[in-house]
Design a protein around this ligand. Structure first.
Ligand code: ADP
Length: 280
């Protein structure tokens, strides 16, 4: 599905943001990308759809090398990647339905888009998606009348309207409260499975990444320093990714709050880092 080979990005300022990233995604999974601020998470996500131009390397999406496409081909290839943003990127004065349908703009003709006349099948698909993301009945609501969680649901529906081969998700929960964050991550994991579309999710919350991803990639200084499943994210791994810190306390606090397990919990004693199942 996606294979990244030796991807490098050096910004004009001389900052080496990506220093030879290689990774592959061959199943419809949620891949969480974690790492400290400045590790290159955003740059990585944005290089994949060329919002940021890579300096070198290959980005193979179903065998097409995105990194070396001309402008016209790139426009086509971008339709195969759905992007979900931290700040939702909705058009506030448009309705929920119009925002979701804008996910089809790359497909419909200029005049149809200009007149906002979308094919019936697209409108039906949009209604179906709105129901799936929990926004049934909201199609005529203006985007600026929604809560943060609802806005992100629109963002997810819009990305899926493209029927993409890959979802690129940049800090989807950074502007949301903890409960809404979990609901959004849960929805995302379910949709990845239902649609068979893998998602690369840049996320700074380690506990959330552990709870809702199939695989975790740890970045530091533009390099992959960890690749594994949630249970393999040990304190040593976190130290490797983020640097020295008392990770046991930090993680336990999160788990106590989220799972209602106290410090005496047997499960916790046996398993330094708790996680909940993705379906939880
Ligand atoms: P993260 O998402 O992990 O916080 P970023 O990808 O945003 O990391 O940034 C990686 C590095 O690249 C940082 O050192 C950052 O300062 C630098 N950087 C990001 N964007 C730019 C830019 N447009 N110009 C110059 N340097 C940048």
């Amino acid at each position: 599905m996606l294979e990244i080979i030796d991807l490098k990005k050096i910004y004009p300022t001389g900052t080496k943001a990506l220093d030879g990233i290689s990774l592959s995604v061959d199943q419809p999974q949620v891949i969480a990308i974690i790492g400290p601020s400045g590790a290159g998470k955003s740059t990585l996500i944005r290089c994949i759809n060329r919002l940021v131009e890579p300096s070198s390397g290959q980005i193979l999406l179903n065998e097409t090398d995105i990194a070396h496409l001309g402008r016209r081909e790139l426009r086509k290839a971008r339709r195969r990647m759905g992007m979900i943003f931290q700040e939702y990127n909705l058009v506030d004065r448009l309705t929920v339905m119009e925002n979701v349908l804008s996910g089809r703009l790359g497909y419909v003709s200029f005049w149809r888009a200009y007149r906002r006349s979308f094919p019936k099948a697209d409108v039906a698909a949009a209604f179906e998606l709105l129901e799936r993301v929990g926004l049934k009945g909201y199609h005529n609501t203006r985007a600026d009348a929604l809560s943060g969680g609802q806005r992100q649901r629109v963002g997810i529906a819009r990305a899926l309207m493209q029927a993409p081969d890959l979802l690129l998700v940049d800090e989807p929960t950074a502007s949301l409260d903890p409960k809404t964050s979990r609901q959004i991550m849960r929805l995302l994991t379910e949709l990845v499975q239902e649609r068979g579309t893998p998602a690369l999710v840049n996320i700074h919350d380690v506990a959330l990444a552990q709870a809702f991803s199939d695989k975790i990639i740890g970045l530091r200084d533009g390099r992959v320093v960890f690749e594994g499943v949630s249970d393999q994210v040990t304190e040593a791994v976190l130290t490797d990714i983020y640097g020295e810190e008392d990770w046991s306390t930090t993680i336990r606090k999160v788990d106590d709050a989220e799972n209602g397990t106290g410090p005496d919990s047997t499960e916790q004693k046996n398993n330094g880092i708790l996680r909940e199942s993705a379906s939880g």
